[in-house]
Design a protein around this ligand. Sequence first.
Ligand code: ZN
Length: 212
Amino acid sequence: MSKKRHRPPHRTILAPATGEAPLYWECPVCGYISGDPAFLDAQHPCPFCKATGTERRSFPTERIRRLDARIRSYHREGDHEIVVILVMTFLETILEDILDRIMNAHGADLPLRRMVMDTQRSIGVRIGKVFPSLAGEEFEDAAAELGYRDFPYRWRQLREARNAFIHDSPFNGVKEALQPSMGDNAMDLLDQAYQLFVLMNNKFVADGFHGA
Ligand SMILES: [Zn+2]
């Protein structure tokens, strides 16, 4: 597995847990994302590329924040089946975003990125084929290196439970309802997904690959 690292290691500052979508800022020059509030100040240099004076975009986007808020409100109401279904949608969106950002960092233009996403719609293929071909390592290995070894496995388990629930029909027998604990599992994955996204971004988008 090749690893393109042109810069010394850096430590990503993660945003504190607040019970809602976390707030991060992104350097528009190199794509680095930080949860350090000082990063909002444009005079504070980017810890990665040292750029100053540029307005930092916030992450996650408004679209993700709205979805996050809806998921948390369903969770407060104890509607764990909706929580599981929406968290799966959320995770798929986050994965699509990171793949898009890595492709962009590799120099892929919008039509190419759109074509890849349109033709590789299966979540299994995106994780098992698209990610490794872009990142140079398996998704599971990258998650483990960044401290989230269980994440891919827990995501897969929840995906299987969701699929069994959604595709339940009189023709293939009654599937068990989603368990309430799966709603809590889904919420753990939601919170972890932001952190993993930021760490993967800083490793595969800002670090090494950007502009390579
Ligand atoms: Zn930067």
